[in-house]
Structures are given as C-alpha cells and as structure tokens.
Design a protein around this ligand. Structure first.
Ligand code: TRP
Ligand code: ZN
Length: 493
C-alpha cells in the first residue's frame, strides 16, 4: 500500500520542481514520467537551457504502479520488459530457492529510478548493466536506483540474486497463488498477482515478455515450465530443466511447477508439440481430459483462428488447497484431477486471455466469458448439451431476476467477484446473445478478428464493443448496455 504515499510525495516534489525550488527531482520522488509545469511557467526550471549551453535532459523515477484499482501496487512505469531469464535451484526438503533473475528491458522515459514487483526471498545482490545498484524494498515494491541514469530508449539489464523460502500470496477473495509448496514440490501459478512471489517482474498483463527458466531440482523430480523443453540433464543427484517461451507472455501466466510427474510427449494433428505432466496419483482420473487436448486444439483453431503458441500440453498436479485450474501459457495447470470441461476452458484461454490479455482486471470477462463460451461450444461439438441449452439452463439465463447473480456489473465486477460465476457465465451468455444479435457469420468473424488483431497483446472491453459494431455494421450500444454496463437481468436486447 505504498502507492498513495509515494504519489503524494511525488506531487509535492513536482510542485517544488515547477516552482524552481528543487534543481532535480529527488530520490524520494515517484512522479510518473513528466511533472506538469505550474501554470504560467511553461518551461520548468531543471531542464531549462542556458543560452548557448546544450539542454540537460531531465530524469525522473518510473511510476510505482500502472494504476489498476483492483491491485493498486501491480506493474510499474518507465520501462518495458523484453525478456526474463530465471536460473534457480529448488529443494522441496528445505523449500529453499536459490535464484538469479536476469531482466532485459528498455527505458520508455529518462529514468533515474524504477520499481519492480517482488515479494520473494532476501536479495543478496542487484546490478543494472553490470554495476551494483542501490535498492530498497517496501511491500511489493522493489525500488532500484541504478548507478548510472537510463536514457529513454536505452536497453538495460537487471540481475537480481536472491535466496530463501518463497511462498503463497492471498487475494482479496481469499484464494491463493504464487509459490505453493506441495507434498512433492511446488505448484506455481500467478493469476492475478502471484508471480512476484518468486520472480522480480513488471507484474502487469500490459507488459508481456519472453521467458526462459533454468530449474535445478533433486533427481527424480520434474520441473515443468511454459513453452518448450530445451534440455534436461542430471548430474550429482540434481536434474536441470531448461524451458523456453518464445512468444510474449503476461507474468501471471508463468509457471515452473515442480513435482513427481509422469510425462507424455506427442504431437497434435497440426504438428504442434505437446508435453503433458501428470502426478501419478491423478493419471487415471485425468486420462479422458488429457486425451482430448489434440481434438480441442483442432476444434478451437477452426473457430478462433491459428493457435498462437509453438507448443501445447498440460500440468496435472496434486495441490488440493488451491482448488482451481489456471490457463498457464502453453500448459494449463490443474490442482487436482482434470475434467474435460475445464480442460476445454483452459485450452480456449490460450487464444482469449493468454494471446489477447485484459488491459485492466475489470476486463476479466474478456478472459473468462470467452473461455467459458469455448467450453460450451466444445461440449456441444463433443455430443453434450447444445450452447443454446446451456445458455438457458438454471446456472445461466434460467436464474431468477432476483438472484444476486445479476446484481454485479459485468464490465467492472470488482476484485471479490473476478473469479466468481459472473465473469464466467454472464460473460459467455453475453457472447451467445451477441451471436443471436449479429448472426453466425459476423459472430464467427468477431471471434477470429479479436484473436488476430490483439494477438500477443492486450485489449479492453471498449475495443471489443467497437470491433463487434464494425464487424456487424450495427449500433450495439443498447445491446452492450444491458449485457455489460448495467446491473439486472437483461430482458430484451
Ligand atoms: N483463470 C482461472 C480459470 O479460469 C481461474 C483462476 C485463476 C482463479 N486465479 C484464480 C479462480 C483465483 C479462483 C481464484 O481457469
Ligand atoms: Zn478461465
């Protein structure tokens, strides 16, 4: 909860700077980008060129947050991460992680200081471009003051070494994520704010990057990460796994889960390599769901367009205290036996949620509504209930108008309801109602265009509304009003 204090300090500093009372923003300042000059003084003091002297560029700290009200400390300003490289060992017997994180980024403003999000173990050293840098920690904020200033556009590398016992993060709704020790390793998930538990990062879906994990674990255990397995070597009783994610990924979708796994490698009919790791205790119960991954990949590719990633698969681990599955990029993860419906949901997320991520967490229906609709479509395709029947059933449109289910805004459900049935079921219902409104052809185009236009990026609800209007040629103001922007059960649209 450092943000309001830092903001206030920053504004005070900005005012002093503008009034010419401070030569440069101080280290205590957290002014995002450029402080506004005071009225009547268009050119504020510090950068003011003396006649005949070259202009001295102004440097300031990057913002400590991106300003998502659901998780006010998440993300940071002033730079853009390109790549995370995490090289670590983990011993489940002691739960100690010993890690080196190398973060490659470029400055998006003149920076004299910036924040990373980190809740992990004790930092033993931190360098920027090879030089020891001052840092301090305040809650989730890791505040880094590089030895040299970073000019806008400059590429820089941060190396953070840390060692200790990482742990879980608890959300406002009581759910846990982050680094969750299990009886044979660790279950690692990050939605919505768990990744800083073990990786110093810019923890926002609006700053995607590529990732490489090099994980050393006791021989006999497997470390399973996103992307492709580059190598696996055992020496002196430890096995090192190298995992490579070559497409941009949001931090919340990262995993490097450790445990005893039965591994099956194969290739889908379209030639996409698949790596499935299942806790031996859950193999029998998950076999049906896992065996349908190739069929799901083909079905969704037909509906949504090309699969966005270079590999697929799944991780089925035993972490019953978690109680949910997550669409970790390229390899959905399950905390208990995987079901067919949930597998379809998590595979659908690879297009919607992972390749196209929400700009702000209030846009969560763009993830959960789309994945749930994919699940409904797959169920129908697989010989189960039709989408129309699911839309109408008692978990969906069949709920009484008086139900609390209708009393939350779908376009901004709040941090307590972001993983409730509201974004999932009402989100999917919104898509089905849209399909009825715009017709089969326009709806099919909308689904595919949404995945294509925002591939590897992020988007907001307003972007979806304008795409739907563009593709259908209809004014959908009244439609989206009743489905997204108003409370209450829609009765006509
Ligand atoms: N997004 C996940 C899914 O749809 C669910 C999920 C992620 C979740 N984090 C959560 C559910 C926290 C409850 C609490 O599969
Ligand atoms: Zn989901």
């Amino acid at each position: 909860m450092t943000r309001p204090r830092l903001r206030a300090t920053g504004l005070a500093t900005a005012a002093l700077v503008a009034a010419g009372l401070l030569a440069t923003p101080t280290a205590a300042s957290a002014v995002p980008a450029k402080p506004t000059p005071a009225p009547g003084k268009p050119k504020a003091a510090p950068g003011k060129p003396k006649p005949g002297k070259p202009c001295t560029p102004r440097y300031s700290p990057g913002a400590p947050s991106i300003g998502d009200p659901y998780f006010p400390d998440q993300g940071n300003g002033g730079y853009d991460v390109k790549h995370y490289d995490l090289d670590f060992s983990y011993d489940p017997a002691t739960q100690v992680m010993d890690a080196t994180a190398t973060i490659t980024a470029h400055a998006t403003q003149n920076l004299d200081r910036f924040d990373l999000d980190f809740r992990g173990p004790e930092i033993t050293s931190l360098t920027v471009d090879g030089k020891k840098s001052a840092f301090s920690r305040d809650g989730q904020e890791l505040v880094v003051t590089p030895h040299g200033k970073l000019k806008a556009g400059k590429k820089f590398t941060v190396v953070v070494k840390y060692a200790g016992v990482p742990g879980p993060v608890t959300d406002p709704d009581g759910s846990i994520e982050g680094w969750i020790p299990t009886d044979d390793g660790a279950f690692v998930v990050g939605e919505p704010q768990g990744t800083p538990a073990w990786l110093p990062s810019n923890d926002t879906p609006t700053d995607k990057a590529t990732f490489r994990f090099t994980a050393k674990v006791p021989e006999g255990l497997t470390a399973v990460g996103n992307g492709q397995l580059l190598s696996q070597r055992t020496r002196n009783g430890w096995t090192t796994f190298v995992w490579d994610s070559t497409e941009p990924m949001a931090t919340y979708l990262a995993t490097i889960t450790i445990g005893t796994f039965e591994v099956t490698e194969s290739v889908t009919p379209s030639g996409i390599p698949s790596y499935v790791a299942i806790d031996p205790r859950l193999v029998a119960g998950s076999a049906n769901a896992v065996s349908q991954i190739p069929k799901m990949m083909e079905f969704f590719t037909g509906k949504f367009g090309p699969y966005p990633f270079a590999s697929t698969g799944a991780i089925v681990d035993y972490a019953p205290q978690v109680g949910y599955a997550l669409e970790t990029q390229t390899k959905p993860i399950f905390s208990n036996t995987a079901s067919v419906g949930t597998m379809a949901h998590e595979i659908a997320h690879q297009w919607y949620g992972n390749s196209v991520s929400p700009e702000r967490w209030k846009d969560i229906w763009l993830n959960e509504g789309f994945a749930t609709y994919g699940q409904w479509m797959y169920t129908e395709f697989n010989g189960g209930a039709t989408v129309e029947a699911t839309f109408n059933n008692s978990s969906n449109y069949g709920r009484a108008a008086t139900s609390s289910f209708w009393q939350v805004l779908l376009a901004d459900p709040g941090p307590m309801e972001m993983f409730s049935s509201i974004p999932y079921n009402r989100g999917a219902m919104t898509l089905h109602a849209l399909r009825g409104k715009v017709g089969e052809e326009a709806f099919a185009r909308i689904l595919r265009r949404w995945a294509a236009i925002h591939r590897y990026s992020h988007a907001a609800t307003a972007d979806f509304v304008s795409l739907a209007e563009r593709e259908s040629g209809q004014d959908l103001t009244a439609f989206f009003d009743v489905w997204l922007f108003q409370k209450g059960k829609p009765t006509s649209w």
